[in-house]
Design a protein around this ligand. Structure first.
Ligand SMILES: *Cc1c(COP(=O)(O)O)cnc(C)c1O
Length: 406
């Protein structure tokens, strides 16, 4: 039997042909396909403007910089997330303030956010773990609460205009998820998606910022500024400079360089076209297969997929095993791999990683995060999973758990 992979991308002729067509077009960096992909993402999510970049990490860092986050500032984020969410805060010289998460859906706990807010708090970064949306209404109500707002210390133009803590969603997992009947992308001030190779929708590497700032901000203006900020601070992009005689440019600040290429956008355009009515349906069917199988086992704690307010993007299927230790979880994972099935753990909490441990973060302060992590196993979810593979996966998991618990 061959090893069932965890999350291979769906690379077929349609994708390959579009990439080849882009190569043949002669325009391979940021250009018409990237602009088209941005427009289609805005239409899909329902937000005003979207900027595509080479990663979600770049998008998160760019938005922190745009908001003027710097040394001495605090940014609140969940203790249970991928390191990218916290690393970008460190890059700005600011302090990541970790808060514990929910026991049911893995996401940041809003009551804990409230307790962590100080006069130094500039940004909250909720993360839609596994694709399941955070409680955005509660988070937006919190930052707009007059008692919280009155403690906000605005520095610089953008902080003064917003007049409160910015909500920057790390939606690396949640393109296509629903919260109160609308996609992620219209709830936070800015929502950042990842198109990394393992994500729901891929461009090989890539990411996007969905802009959704309230008036008096003009999201189209922010978009235009960010295009320049993410391309060296140069006031003309390569396409504009191609126009006859249009060679002269200026650098208006020392910007970043993290634009998306049209080769990436070519993949994204095909992926997005078939996302809602093909990719997501398949991923949903996979997750529902797991749910239907494992609901019969007393030891299984199933992840939330859908309820009255939210529906996941079916990015991950993070099952938890009741009452086991971290060592038992690791033993179960080894047995699953021995049965030629790839699984994963999302995520090793930040406070258990060397860099953050060395900075004084202690996992003992995040008991729910540790409990979620220690009992969690992410099962394969990808487009080309066959029924035969699904059966092998659930058998491998069931046998591994049974032999470990007995
Ligand atoms: C994948 C991921 C990121 C980073 O995405 P990139 O596009 O690789 O930069 C950020 N946050 C979370 C939660 C992720 O899973």
């Amino acid at each position: 039997m061959s090893l069932i992979p965890f999350a291979p991308p769906r690379i077929d002729d349609e994708i390959i042909n579009e990439v080849v067509a882009t190569l043949r077009s002669g325009w391979i960096t940021t250009g018409p396909r990237t602009k088209q992909f941005e427009k289609e993402l805005s239409a899909y999510n329902g937000n005003a403007a979207t900027l595509c970049l080479n990663s979600a990490t770049a998008g998160l860092e760019v938005m922190l910089k745009w908001y003027g986050v710097k040394e001495g500032d605090e940014v609140i984020l969940p203790a249970y997330t991928y390191s990218a969410t916290a690393n970008v805060v460190v890059h700005c010289g600011a302090t990541p303030v970790l808060v514990d998460v929910n026991a049911d859906d893995f996401n940041i706990n809003v009551a804990n956010i409230r307790k962590a807010i100080t006069s130094k708090t500039k940004v909250i970064m909720p993360v839609d773990i596994a694709g399941y949306p955070c409680d955005y209404s509660a988070i937006m109500d919190l930052v707009n609460d007059p008692a919280i707002k009155s403690h906000f210390v605005a520095e610089g133009e953008n902080q003064t205009t917003l007049g409160r803590i910015m909500v920057l969603s790390d939606a690396a997992h949640s393109l296509g998820a629903y919260y109160k009947g609308k996609h992620t992308g219209v709830w936070a001030d800015a929502t950042v998606y990842s198109f990394h190779a393992v994500k729901n929708l891929t461009t090989a590497e890539g990411g996007a910022i969905a802009l959704n700032f309230p008036a008096p901000f003009n999201n189209e203006d922010i978009y235009k500024y960010l295009c320049i900020f993410t391309l060296h601070g140069q006031n003309k992009d390569a396409l504009a400079k191609m126009q006859k005689g249009n060679w002269r440019y200026d650098i208006i600040e020392a910007g970043y360089k993290c634009n998306m290429t049209d080769l990436m956008a070519a993949i994204g355009l095909i992926e997005l076209k078939r996302y809602e009515n093909d990719t997501l349906l398949k991923r949903k069917a996979v997750c529902e297969y797991y749910a239907n199988h494992f609901k019969n086992f007393e030891w299984a704690q199933l992840p939330p997929l859908k309820n009255d307010t939210a529906e996941t993007s079916y990015h991950l299927y993070p099952i938890r095993i009741k009452g086991i230790s971290e060592a038992q979880r690791d033993a179960i994972i080894q047995k699953i791999f021995d049965a030629d099935v790839s699984v994963n753990v999302h995520f090793i909490p930040l406070a258990m990683l060397s860099f953050y441990k060395n900075r004084g973060y202690d996992i003992a302060n995040y008991p729910v995060t540790y409990d979620n992590y220690s009992r969690e196993i992410s099962l394969p979810v990808f487009y080309d999973l066959s029924d035969e593979m699904l059966k092998r996966i659930v058998d491998a998991v069931t046998n591994a758990v049974a032999s470990t618990l007995s």
